[in-house]
Design a protein around this ligand. Structure first.
Ligand code: ZN
Length: 319
């Protein structure tokens, strides 16, 4: 490590504004790190699926420096390439006319397949990592994309033109049911590059997943957020219309401050350097019916990792 690198890490660790630490293993740090350039900008987070088991994927990704992070089925996060350097994860790629997405993105490999459901433990780990990086690089929800959003193919015997749809890597992360679990409230609305004709649409099915309503994961996950041990109260028939429009405030997990208020939760305090979560909520700091809110996101106490409790989080409990 260079001296500057060490100083930066120390500065980050000592800064009171540093993001909460995630549990990240360095066991598969890539030997390619020293030869990789520091990225000039970070505009996208790109999610991939390994399409192979964890051990072989980690070995390959580390050896070739093909991602910044890899998340296993057990929810273990491995750092591969230093997050500020370029990882070679996106290959032939384009986003809004800019080629070589590696130069302005962070790549996360997720052990699994583009068309198969992932377990909630893994999805929650991905969510925590993504939120951590979004905070760090100021990346909005609609710039958390899948590899298939940005990959494109050269002309070949089936496609005369450059085309979107070279691969379906990470496709499930565009599906609304999965994004709900990742607490991503937006996704890219349309493909700028196919719309203006820079690329042809090479895979209409993929286009339907990325930008349409195709969601093969619907029904694979509970309707509420993961890791909530709350009993779901069935909505009254009169609530049905409201339920169709937005997540019902009377059942499932609350997803906004308004839901919490509607269910009789009150704000007990705000986490600060002198006011810890356990000072505010006592022994119930990690109970399933204690909620944490920050930047309009809601986390139940039993799903929040202690290391993610940060300054400014509001704690809500029943009156
Ligand atoms: Zn990929």
């Amino acid at each position: 490590m260079t001296r500057t690198g060490l100083v930066l890490i120390l500065a980050a660790a000592l800064s009171p504004l540093a993001s909460p630490a995630l549990s990240i293993s360095n066991r598969y740090r890539s030997p390619r790190n020293p030869e990789r350039k520091v990225r000039a900008s970070t505009e996208l987070i790109v999610l991939h699926t390994t399409e192979a088991p964890a051990r072989s994927s980690l070995n390959k990704i580390s050896e070739r420096g093909e991602a910044h992070f890899c998340v296993t089925e057990e929810g273990q996060v491995y750092a591969i390439v230093d997050r500020d350097r370029e990882a070679f994860h996106a290959g032939r790629s384009m986003w809004k006319g800019k080629e070589d997405v590696d130069k302005f993105s962070i790549g996360i490999e997720c052990v699994g397949h583009h068309d198969k459901p992932m377990g909630l433990v893994q999805l929650v780990a991905i969510r925590n990592l993504v939120q951590h990086l979004q905070d760090m690089y100021r990346i909005p929800d609609d710039r958390v994309v899948c590899h298939s959003h940005v990959a494109y193919g050269s002309p070949n015997k089936w496609q005369k033109r450059k085309h979107r749809g070279r691969k379906r890597c990470g496709m499930l992360f565009a599906m609304p049911s999965v994004r709900r679990i990742l607490q991503l409230k937006a996704r890219p609305a349309f493909d700028v590059d196919t719309r203006v004709g820079r690329l042809a649409i090479g895979d209409p099915y993929l286009q339907g997943v990325l930008y349409g309503r195709t969601d093969t994961m619907v029904g694979k996950y509970p309707a509420q957020k993961p890791a909530v041990a709350k009993t779901v109260v069935p909505a009254k028939p009169s609530d049905k219309k409201a339920a169709a429009a937005s997540p019902p405030p009377s059942s499932g997990a609350p997803t906004s401050v308004a839901h919490l208020k509607a269910r009789g939760y009150v704000q007990k305090g705000v986490v600060s350097p002198t006011m810890s979560a356990s000072k505010i909520a006592g022994g119930k700091w990690n109970a399933p019916d204690t909620y944490y809110t920050i930047r309009n996101k809601v986390f139940p106490g039993n799903a929040i990792d202690e290391s993610r409790i940060e300054k400014g989080m509001c704690i809500w409990m029943k009156k």
